[in-house]
Unconditional design. Structure first.
Length: 239
């Protein structure tokens, strides 16, 4: 039985008793798929052909970061704004500590909301750890931004020395504790510790340490929360 080219309609003549591989008129390759291959492709589960039946065609292994980042941003605001409104929290550096205490609850809230909005996406320890780490990073960055703006406004807007006084108090307490040791500190080192450069560096280093602690705490809490939600899903809602 003669076949025709799907592009130009020319009759494809067999070559050496074999079907033609190319069209003699337009040169279109003549690709053929066996019936066995078509049956095998149709028998593949839907999950291996793109998605898990949610209609999006996206692998359930991937995180929907567009949704996740919106949920994380809201949780970061909840972990930063209320502590910042307390008297002396920004100048005293207490916001980071309060956010660290709230991190388990915030992380579990992020995972729960994300899992409820994307129930067909896979929830695991790895997914929870990544979401929790992102929450810690965004919360720490937001705390540094809010604290920096507050310090700038107090220093150059209201000419307040509140932040400097807190840093000087911490420095004096550290020097007083070191003075009780058997080895006295040289005057050059004491002068460097009291210098504005050291105070500014310690202020920035405090934010870096807070950021790292929040990322670590968020990652650990996310790992535990992901494991809990995964186990709950495997047991079923009625268990």
């Amino acid at each position: 039985m003669d076949s025709s080219c799907p592009r130009c309609g020319a009759t494809l003549l067999p070559v050496d008793d074999s079907p033609a591989q190319f069209c003699g008129r337009c040169g279109l390759p003549q690709l053929r798929v066996s019936e066995d291959a078509q049956v095998s492709a149709a028998a593949l589960p839907l999950r291996t052909r793109g998605g898990e039946g949610d209609g999006s065609g996206v692998s359930p292994e991937l995180i929907d970061w567009w949704l996740a980042l919106r949920v994380i941003a809201l949780a970061a605001l909840l972990g930063t704004v209320p502590p910042s409104l307390l008297h002396g929290a920004l100048t005293g550096g207490l916001v980071g500590g309060m956010a660290l205490i709230m991190m388990p609850l915030l992380t579990l809230g992020v995972l729960s909301v994300y899992h409820r909005q994307r129930p067909r996406r896979r929830m695991s320890q790895g997914v929870g750890a990544r979401l929790g780490g992102a929450l810690g990073a965004i919360t720490g960055s937001l705390i540094a931004l809010v604290t920096g703006i507050n310090g700038f406004v107090l220093r150059y807007g209201y000419h307040s020395q509140a932040v400097d006084d807190k840093l000087n108090e911490a420095t004096n307490a550290m020097l007083a504790q070191l003075a009780t040791s058997s080895t006295p500190m040289p005057p050059e080192l004491i002068g460097f510790v009291r210098s504005p450069e050291f105070l500014a560096g310690s202020y920035l280093m405090g934010h870096v340490i807070t950021l790292m602690l929040l990322v670590v705490a968020g990652t650990i809490c996310g790992w535990l929360g992901g494991a809990m939600l995964r186990a709950r899903r495997q047991r079923g809602p009625g268990v």
